[in-house]
Design a protein. Structure first.
Lengths: 453, 453
């Protein structure tokens, strides 16, 4: 969509919001009719869920399914809960098995059995099989609808298989090659098949050392591998190397989008939103933030206690109070920087918990360099403006705080990953709060030592 | 790669690092030989650039090209600068035009003419054409090597075209359909072609309302559209709707990976790294952080000045100093939360600068709710522990600070986008620093009013 179209969608959303508040369904329908499917999707992402459900009902049946499939799983979940049972059952039956599992993951557990009962036996088995794999594993995100070929088949025989599966298979552009025991022995691309003679054997054409995922593997890791190597599809195997599914690159991109959104949110101390920002009610925005804000505020009472302990020192030298925000702010920033870099590297698979000592050594050195630089500046400026004793306290504190903050900031994401928590959960605000209290203790200890109070 | 393989790569990297420090090239080569291409890529991402260049030279020629193509553009850039001219010229000639432009974007401008001279006339024209499009536009990231078909051609005729372009085209799975004026009138998938009879006309099979990008469009926006709609390829047209290139989904995923890395880095107040964390020298880590840290520290001297202004008040009531970190910390967190949510929504195209009033209204309300909640708690606790006047000051300050912080945090990313700066640049640390100073002014004004000092 072009910027002009986006502008139109924004205006259409406002108009439809007004029309619906006046119960003018015919008017709303007239606004909807000229919009393309992607435009309707954008529009739904700008409406509250009640309005979105009405818009959905105003669509013709074919368009409704197309729109539904293009919505994010979170929006699908909210929409399903706003629609009637009969509507949902029809919709659910028409979805692909992987999209169905994704949707079920967004719904209360009690809804699943009812929806599954509405499926044909075969569809139900495919879907239930996927639901058996662990949360966040690639088993729940792969597609169980694939076409395979065998090393001893010819290109012509394989092409016939492909033609027979055009309507059902998730992809026909990358085919896993399996042996008699359903074990993956290679992959072959449709492009390779088209470039070969009809009687060429798959065994001679295939890539015999393909990328593969194990069904219990973390979905994000498998998705990242798929996009990193530009694989159109990644075969997924069970514990005995038998093919059980395939992850296509578009599904990989969808997984990564959701993971990136979660990481970005947690890095800022927010719970990820289920739906788009504009369509999320204020009450949900508040809920997505309040828990972390409270946790952090409770953590911050530590700083009150630290300052309370040193109140006598403070009363004696009020000038020390002036630098508190600057010092803890700098500590927090240094910690954030380290945490941000390491969290991203973890997400990209560049570092792992086993690299803990390497990371620690790098962050100690980086933090020390940064602290030295800022500390010299702080010493000079505070020394000139106030007095050189104060300058010395500020300078030394900056060196110590930056070193500690970078080390803690770099270690936290690794510690989180080691105990199997999302590294982004020990988010920047969390580190800031921790570093704040530590920084204050360091500050006052140095002040007492240097100033002899 | 499985976790075991990653473990092996980490160990291999350590071993190779040691062997190279002893100049034992034969030993290093022996460690490299059994590794697969993806393993070598991971290994290179763990080595400093000098070691990486030696490893690269130890690879056989075919493997070297495969490894190079799988490296990130930043690593490619560093590697090219560490290799000899002749090696680079050969490498450059074998790359695809889009990968070549990506690499040139990572190199000093002076290098480009020399490298371009080493290409054949046709390859040079393709590459130079792309270099003519603006920085960050999809024109620099698309592939100019595509196969097209026409509405009046049959399936058999189109298949013949596809077979003729198997080796050169970026993709053969999605074909743009163009008219006589090279204007895009639809797209058709190879899957559709395979399901049709040989004499069917493309005009009857094609999707006549396809997603399209304009060549000057922002690369991230076009890439996001490609993955959001699971398009295997997106046609790119010039100002007169004529086809000039195609963006494949794997290239779209690569663009998004880079953009996400940049956003994550800037959200934490760090300049994005060119290479992986472990392969980046400490001096570069320091450089990636020091500028922002200095800017923020200079910004934070505002807080020293604010506190200096109110020093008399502070000296009179030292208890006020105890809450400074808690209050400004909470303000900073609230601002971060809002900025994080809005920055991500902007990146996903869910909101745009024109939605400024909607966002402001949502953030004022959200911030006020959060402030009210925390304020009541703060009032009760500070009132009980210290005295109720102090509690009132803390409570009122929290309400005001949270409201202001959420509003500022929500507005900043939109303001940045409006003036065409990366919204993530006005990053969380930036907002924290701004909110710190504002929060202190609010705090002391409320304190003076309530306490009558």
């Amino acid at each position: 969509m072009t910027p002009t179209q986006l502008q139109n969608v924004a205006e259409a959303a406002d108009t439809i919001g007004q029309l619906l508040s006046q119960n003018d369904l015919a008017g709303a329908s007239a606004v909807l009719t000229p919009l393309t499917v992607p435009e309707v999707v954008e529009l739904v992402d700008r409406l509250g869920i009640e309005d979105a459900a009405i818009v959905y009902r105003l669509l013709t049946k074919g368009r409704a399914l197309e729109v539904f499939e293009a919505l994010s799983p979170g929006t699908q979940g909210d929409l399903v809960q706003a629609l009637r049972n009969a509507e949902v059952t029809t919709l659910f039956a028409e979805m692909d098995p992987d999209d169905r599992v994704w949707l079920l993951d967004e719904l209360p557990a009690s809804v699943a059995p009812r929806l599954l009962r509405g499926l044909t036996r075969q569809e139900r088995d495919l879907t239930s099989g996927m639901l058996g794999y662990p949360q966040d594993s690639i088993g729940r995100r792969m597609s169980p609808e694939f076409v395979t070929t065998h090393p001893q088949l010819t290109v012509a025989e394989t092409m016939a298989r492909v033609r027979g599966a055009l309507d059902s298979a998730e992809t026909v552009y990358t085919l896993p090659v399996t042996d008699r025991g359903r074990r993956v022995v290679g992959v072959v691309s449709l492009r390779d098949l088209m470039g070969a003679t009809d009687d060429a054997l798959i065994g001679d054409l295939m890539n015999g050392d393909p990328h593969i995922a194990v069904v219990s593997e973390d979905a994000e890791t498998a998705a990242r591998r798929t996009t990193d190597y530009g694989l159109l599809a990644l075969p997924v195997v069970d514990g005995e190397d038998r093919l059980v599914g395939i992850l296509t690159i578009d599904d990989a991109a969808r997984i990564l989008k959701q993971e990136e959104s979660e990481d970005a949110a947690r890095q800022g101390g927010v719970e990820p939103l289920r739906r788009s920002y504009l369509s999320t009610p204020i009450s949900r925005l508040v809920r997505s933030r309040v828990v972390w804000l409270l946790v952090l505020a409770v953590g911050a009472t530590l700083t009150v206690q630290v300052l309370d302990t040193f109140e006598a020192t403070l009363a004696q030298m009020t000038v020390l109070a002036l630098f508190v925000p600057l010092l803890i702010g700098t500590g927090g920033n240094t910690g954030n920087q380290a945490a941000t870099t390491v969290t991203r590297s973890l997400a990209l698979g560049e570092v792992a918990p086993r690299d803990v000592l390497k990371v620690l050594s790098r962050e100690v050195r980086t933090g020390f360099c940064l602290g030295l630089l800022l500390g010299l500046l702080g010493f000079a400026i505070a020394g000139l403006v106030y007095e050189w004793h104060v300058g010395l306290v500020i300078g030394l504190t900056l060196v110590a705080v930056c070193t500690v903050a970078a080390s803690v900031g770099g270690m936290m994401p690794l510690a989180a990953r080691a105990i199997r928590v999302d590294p982004a959960v020990f988010s920047n605000p969390f580190i800031t709060t921790f570093v704040d209290a530590t920084g204050l203790v360091i500050y006052f200890l140095i002040a007492k030592a240097v100033l002899g109070i």
